[in-house]
Design a protein around this ligand. Structure first.
Ligand code: PMV
Length: 321
């Protein structure tokens, strides 16, 4: 198969329940969201492969055999890995455009990695094998995040809403009949690696106490799955609030997260919590319907936050041609 161009997009994600404990092998629930990263690849007669990724680096076009900015190392890894597999290595130009804010807990690096890996696989003429793409994206995530659980690349590859435990996944059919889901960016950027490191240090100091918190989060995760399936919105919201308290006791809260949660609660959110590594980043809020949403968005914008409404449980990596 001779492919001259390829274009695939992959979604970002929210962790609904179980961030941090998932790094220690406990289960978590994640959902793919409506914001995506898209990679378009074209063959080129140039001898050099290049990537333009304006959301990752302002350095413009990066040639892959030159000095790579640190933020692009994981992408260089993906290219080398897939090119090595190809019998004839075709030269290409890639452009990656992402709708996802970086360092905000919405899985932007994983979405970028999955979209690039899939586009390159297709461009080099390989059958698409999602398991393999997920593995390559996981290795790329390790370059960025150190010891990631793998939940970000997995949900970005397969989409939907999943229960994730040590790499095993089960799709969760979410049965909430009416709800509205808001994501609020605190605009406090943080990096996952340092938040995971901080939790690890606390775990080493207080293993019993932190293990107990992980156990409690794990119970919330299992209960949330039952309630997402039967559509008990009130209970799902209650569990989000409970998970938030436990995340705060892990030390990954932030003043701005608390402020956002206060506003969401005043606007009658059923539940809210931080999503992702915490220490800043995004908060998710669950509402019964869209009735209060415009007022809520205004209240959040007035305080300088960036709220947006998005779908959850969206499609994983897909051909966008
Ligand atoms: O903030 P994000 O999108 O990188 O999510 C991190 C989720 C953690 O559970 C804290 C880490 C992980 O690898 O699962």
């Amino acid at each position: 198969m001779n492919v001259e161009s390829a274009s695939f997009s992959a979604p970002g994600k929210v962790i609904l329940f179980g961030e941090h404990s998932v790094v220690y092998g406990y289960p978590a629930v994640a959902s793919a969201i409506g914001l995506r990263a898209k990679c378009s690849i074209l063959s080129t007669s140039s001898e050099q492969n290049s990537i333009i990724a304006p959301n990752l680096t302002s350095s413009g076009k990066i040639f892959l055999n030159s000095k790579i900015p640190p933020k692009m190392k994981s992408l260089e890894f993906i290219v080398q890995k897939i090119q090595k597999k190809a019998e004839i290595q075709k030269n290409f130009e890639a452009e990656i455009i992402s709708e996802l804010p970086i360092s905000s807990g919405l899985g932007s690096s994983a979405a970028v990695s999955v979209s690039l890996a899939t586009s390159l696989y297709n461009f080099q003429g390989f059958e698409l094998n999602l398991e393999e793409i997920n593995k390559v994206a996981y290795e790329a995530e390790r370059i960025i995040h150190g010891t990631p659980s793998g939940i970000d690349n997995t949900i970005s590859t397969f989409g939907g809403s999943i229960r994730f435990e040590k790499g095993d996944i089960k799709q969760i059919p979410i049965n909430l009949s009416s709800f509205c889901f808001i994501i609020v960016n605190s605009l406090i950027q943080r990096d996952t690696k340092s938040q995971v490191y901080a939790v690890r240090e606390r775990y080493k100091k207080h293993p019993d106490q932190i293990s107990q918190i992980f156990e409690d989060i794990s119970e919330i995760v299992e209960e949330s799955i039952k309630n997402l399936k039967v559509g008990d919105l009130e209970r799902v919201g209650y569990l989000m609030n409970k998970n938030q308290i436990l995340l705060e006791s892990l030390g990954v809260g932030h003043k701005q997260i608390e402020k956002i949660i206060k506003i969401l609660t005043e606007q009658k959110a059923i539940g809210c919590k931080l999503t992702g590594a915490g220490g800043g980043g995004c908060v998710i809020g669950l509402f019964e319907d869209e009735k209060n949403i415009n007022r809520t968005i205004e209240a959040l914008q007035q305080e300088g936050y960036q709220p947006f409404i998005t779908e959850i449980s969206t499609q994983g990596v897909r051909n966008d041609r």
